[in-house]
Write a protein that binds this ligand. Structure first.
Ligand code: FPP
Length: 246
């Protein structure tokens, strides 16, 4: 129903997802929270396929924050296992997906770090879509990390203090080569950023839905894109200026 309404010439180039509601989805079914994460991982795969088919060049999924380590140990283990299991080279190569781990990779368990680095290297020339997975990620960690690297470069004389611009910060973020998201979709009914890409989302359109992540399907994605295309993106200009420029 919504798919036909999408203007294929104005697709968002990068969609970011905060996949919320797995726990509540599972509990509503009398199941453990981990059951919701397994279902959520299936939704992630289906969403990636749908975005690839549409021709969206970049997607990012927020899978594990630097604060999620404080969840119950069995839930943390489930999320680590799920991530490891999904870093399957074969699937990425078959679908021509370029993988990017977005987050504090140095402080991941060694097996996950090795698998992520291997997969990034292996898939670096894939072209159909680039998928970022934010894992052991938070925006405040990322900005503090960028500040440390920049300060070190200034201290070592590799950069001048007065040369630091917004672009310098951009270059030192964990999202690296990815353009900033045009559209952020958060499922599960909450309306907040939860420490996710606060710098990169400066001009993103925000879309919130009550649908729990495991129930999010192709139709939900089409609906979000149609909603995105109904908005006027002004980037600080007036509505009239934007209309004139068109
Ligand atoms: C938020 O829901 C979701 C997460 C913290 C984890 C998201 C992870 C996945 C969807 C699976 C990841 C899969 C791969 C391949 C990396 P919540 O648990 O906070 O839900 P609640 O708000 O209902 O409690």
């Amino acid at each position: 129903m919504y798919k036909e309404q999408i203007d294929m010439a104005r697709l968002p180039q990068h969609i970011a997802f905060i996949m919320d509601g797995n726990g509540r989805w599972a509990q509503a079914r009398g199941q453990q929270r981990s059951y919701g994460h397994f279902a959520g991982a299936d939704t992630l795969e289906a969403t990636l396929r749908c975005a690839t088919k549409l021709g969206i060049p970049y997607v990012t999924f927020y899978a594990f924050s630097t604060e999620n380590w404080s969840r119950p140990q069995d839930e943390v283990n489930t999320l680590l296992d799920l991530m490891l299991k999904h870093l399957e080279e074969k699937i990425f190569m078959e679908n021509d997906v370029k993988f990017l781990l977005v987050g504090d990779i140095e402080n991941l368990p060694q097996n996950l770090r090795d698998a992520s680095e291997r997969l990034m290297e292996k898939t670096k020339n894939n072209k159909a879509i680039t998928m970022g997975v934010a894992f052991n990620y938070s925006s405040r960690w990322e900005l503090a990390h960028a500040a440390k690297i920049i300060a070190k470069e200034v201290k070592e004389g590799k950069m001048k203090l007065e040369d630091i611009t917004a672009e310098t910060i951009d270059r030192h973020l964990a999202t690296g080569i990815m353009p900033n998201p045009d559209l952020l979709i958060r499922t599960g009914g909450e309306q907040r950023l939860s420490n996710f890409q606060m710098w990169q989302l400066a001009y993103a359109e925000l879309y919130f839905t009550d649908t729990y992540w495991p129930d999010f399907n192709d139709e939900c994605l089409y609906k979000a894109i149609v909603d995105y295309q109904s908005r006027q993106r002004r980037f600080g200009k007036t509505g009239e200026q934007v209309t004139e420029n068109k």
